[in-house]
Design a protein around this ligand. Structure first.
Ligand code: ATP
Ligand code: LTN
Length: 335
């Protein structure tokens, strides 16, 4: 590939504006993105076009998209270091996706487990967008010639497909796309539901008490931690036999930076009640600066939209270059 030598590696990732961010998202995904910003040239897309593959109320989508942008910046995504943008602001995503549709087989898409799971939930109307969702994802990645794509384990299959599509296209038209690699975080950073600590904390959980949203107020955090399900017994011990306490120890570890043995020692002679108060306080301290920054950004929509417009401009420069290259290669008339 051209200009690969000496250039900073490129990262692209996407997140759907499909609900409020929670502690699990922060720990499992966003925190990693923040860490990658100094070493790599990062592109982070808020993928609103992917979000409409499931029924989405327009007014909700609007709010969630801008909220997510504010939240990502509040969590540490720095628009001066990384390119943060809204997918639909960069029309090249839809344009490349169309071309890639013509280089992807029905059979390949039929094998996607996410499609199987999600279409099973939408029995009476399975939209085609849901089926071609992974092709749009491939376009997201290939437009920026990404080297690495930080995603959760569940996205591995989509990443393999993106790579296969790129390889196929490069076979017909050499040197078009860089082949991306997934970057999957080590396990162990999973935050569990506060009400059922055997399940992961998830925004699709109906029980709000099981989720700590990053935007939760001090009182909400304190109440949720206080009511968190714990096991019988009284020792603050990090063990699989006590999933509730294990999860709270993990949360305390993240909020304070103390190691697990240090935490166990600190609370050796204390009961669950006292431990929970400490967890809640530490979490409030950890999340409050993020929440304040988020509220500040949210109250200044003009500033937020201007950050996103600059992000889209920067993204378009790169995306357009790739799209033009593709168009030329396939025989479209490019002026
Ligand atoms: P859903 O309820 O629809 O599954 P979710 O809350 O699990 O949603 P996603 O939008 O699927 O969130 O995930 C966004 C990112 O956050 C992914 O990279 C995912 O791996 C990460 N993530 C989600 N939940 C957790 C969790 N409980 N612990 C750690 N990481 C998580
Ligand atoms: N499908 C991903 C979101 C996503 C994405 C991307 C991730 C859309 N486009 C490009 C990485 C790269 C998900 O549901 N987590």
């Amino acid at each position: 590939m051209e200009q690969k030598i000496g250039r900073r590696k490129i990262i692209l990732s996407g997140i759907q504006p499909s609900g409020k961010l929670h502690l699990g998202n922060l720990i499992g995904a966003i925190r990693n993105w923040v860490r990658l910003q100094d070493e790599y040239q990062c592109y982070f897309a808020i993928v609103d076009m992917h979000a409409i593959t499931v029924p989405t109320e327009p007014s909700k989508l609007k709010v969630q998209t801008l909220d997510l942008a504010a939240m990502l910046i509040a969590c540490g995504i720095d628009p001066n270091k990384s390119v943060l943008f809204i997918q639909s602001h960069v029309p090249e995503h839809a344009q490349l996706a169309w071309v890639l549709n013509c280089y992807t087989s029905m059979g390949e898409l039929n094998r996607m487990t996410q499609f199987k799971d999600k279409s099973a939930k939408q029995k009476d109307f399975i939209n085609v967008g849901l089926f071609t969702y992974p092709v749009l994802q491939a376009a997201d990645i290939l437009l920026y010639q990404a080297d690495l794509v930080p995603v959760g384990e569940d996205q591995k299959q989509h990443l393999e497909l993106s790579r296969n599509i790129a390889e196929r296209f490069n076979y017909y038209f050499p040197d078009t796309f860089n082949l991306p690699e997934p970057m999957i975080p080590e396990v162990g950073a999973r935050i569990m539901s506060l009400q059922d600590p055997t399940k992961k904390m998830s925004k699709s959980d109906e029980n709000e008490k099981s989720i700590i949203y990053i935007s939760d107020s001090e009182n909400e955090i304190k109440n949720k931690i206080k009511r968190a399900v714990t096991d019988s017994g009284a020792n603050v011990k990090y063990t699989d036999k006590k999933p509730g306490i294990k999860n709270l120890i993990a949360i305390y570890h993240i909020a304070t930076g103390l190691s697990i043995p240090e935490i166990e020692q600190k609370f050796a002679n204390k009961g669950y009640g006292e431990f929970k108060v400490a967890v809640a306080e530490a979490l409030v301290e950890y999340l409050t600066p993020i929440r304040n920054k988020y509220l500040e950004l949210k109250s200044n929509q003009k500033e937020l939209k201007s950050i996103l417009a600059s992000g889209a401009d920067a993204a378009r420069k790169v995306a357009n270059k790739t799209l033009r290259k593709v168009y030329k290669k396939i025989g479209f008339i490019v002026e």
